[in-house]
Design a binder for this molecule. Structure first.
Ligand code: SF4
Length: 374
């Protein structure tokens, strides 16, 4: 745990999550997420322990199905970590998993998938009631790559994301529930600074979870995270954070050690002051992978893409490489070229157009051909 010495006093409310507090005068909580398949119980328990030993105080798992809930029931007795569940489209799973965890994250942009006849407010009411009954905290996790399509059409994603967060905070207040945090994530570090600064101005009491999503591989993932976190933390914004890195499972603890290093540096007044403009050169955006990754070859694929596009050094080019369909379609829309994984093939896009579906062994060459065409 890190105590704030140089970081200005945060004004957010302090909430309890399992055996820790987040917000207010609580230490900034460094957290992360497992990249293993949740149903691979041994691998998931092993990774939870590795992350916990590295200092992660909250560890997130994806639970998307009843089979994942069954796996969670077996994982729970094997660890005393504070477990956070990442809910995807099937929000009703919260009832089955709630007794086994300390916090649940839902994404407002995914609530429209299931039971479209039920209003988002009624869905949130259901989630909140389960949270109240089971002593859970919640996170409203807004992500630029997965905003509700009906909200984002033709609008500034920053404003759409903010409006979504405000709307869900209003739901929480109406439901008399204060034990929640908000995250507003983008793959663009400056957008993360702007949107969190704006949110903190309007909702100063709500604890914020900071993250640059799809930050890619090292060293860029650390640089992008530092570019966002240093500015925000130095202004007293941010109560918990996660560094996202596209990295092998065996090295996932680096997300935690780098997270702590950033907080330690800021609190001792040490700043890297990176100001790289990723929109001006080659920018490979890639997700950190999680239980939902469609094929275990994803990490290698992302690494191969980054090496291969080195031949275009000096060109202005953004390439998004995503592990699954959750943020795959949305995040690749904003890139010059996008790749997102399916179980046996890879989708290749130019802007918003799908160029085709290709095998894992040939897609990098196809990408290079398309880039060379200009
Ligand atoms: S894009 Fe898919 S695999 Fe990658 S982190 Fe997001 S949910 Fe997980």
């Amino acid at each position: 745990m890190i105590f704030n010495l140089m970081i200005p006093q945060r004004k957010t409310r302090k909430i309890k999550i399992g055996d820790i507090f987040v917000g207010g005068d609580a230490p900034i909580a460094v957290q992360t997420m497992c990249a293993t398949r949740t149903q691979d119980i041994d691998a998931t328990v092993k990774q939870i322990e590795m992350l916990k030993n590295a200092g992660a105080v909250l560890i997130r798992l994806a639970v998307d199905s009843k089979a994942d809930v069954e796996a969670l029931k077996q994982i729970r007795p094997q660890t005393d970590a504070n477990i956070v569940i990442d809910l995807h489209e099937n929000y009703r799973l919260i009832e089955a998993l709630a007794p086994y965890v300390q916090k649940v994250r839902y994404n407002p942009g995914h609530l429209y998938h299931h039971q479209p006849e039920i209003s988002p407010y009624d869905k949130v009411k259901y989630i909140v009631n389960v949270a109240k009954d089971n002593d859970l905290a919640l996170r409203i996790g807004v992500n630029f790559g997965s905003l509700d399509p009906k909200d984002r059409a033709g609008k500034d994603p920053l404003q759409v994301a903010l409006d979504s967060a405000y709307e869900h905070c209003d739901y929480m207040e109406k439901l008399d529930f204060t034990r929640y945090v908000v995250s507003l994530k983008s793959s663009d570090p400056q957008a993360v600074v702007n949107i969190n600064t704006e949110f903190a101005k309007h909702r100063p009491l709500v604890p914020l979870h900071l993250g640059v999503t799809e930050a890619g591989m090292l060293p860029d993932a650390e640089i992008k995270s530092r570019m966002a976190f240093e500015k925000l933390l130095a202004n007293g914004i941010g109560d918990t954070l996660r560094v996202s890195i596209t990295i092998a499972d065996s090295e996932k603890d680096k997300e935690v050690s780098i997270g702590y290093q950033i907080v330690t540096d800021v609190e001792s007044g040490k700043f890297s002051n990176f100001s790289r403009d990723y929109s001006e050169g080659i920018n490979v955006i890639s997700c950190p992978s999680c239980s939902r990754v469609e094929n275990g070859k994803f990490i290698q694929l992302a690494q191969r893409v980054r090496e291969a596009v080195g031949e275009f050094e000096g060109k202005k080019l953004t390439i998004a490489v995503m592990g699954c369909r959750v943020n795959g379609p949305g995040e690749t829309d904003h890139a010059d070229f996008g790749i997102w994984c399916a179980p046996t093939f890879v989708n290749l896009k130019k802007g918003t157009n799908l160029l085709g579906q290709f095998g894992y062994d040939v897609v990098v060459e196809r990408l290079l051909e398309e880039i060379r065409k200009g």
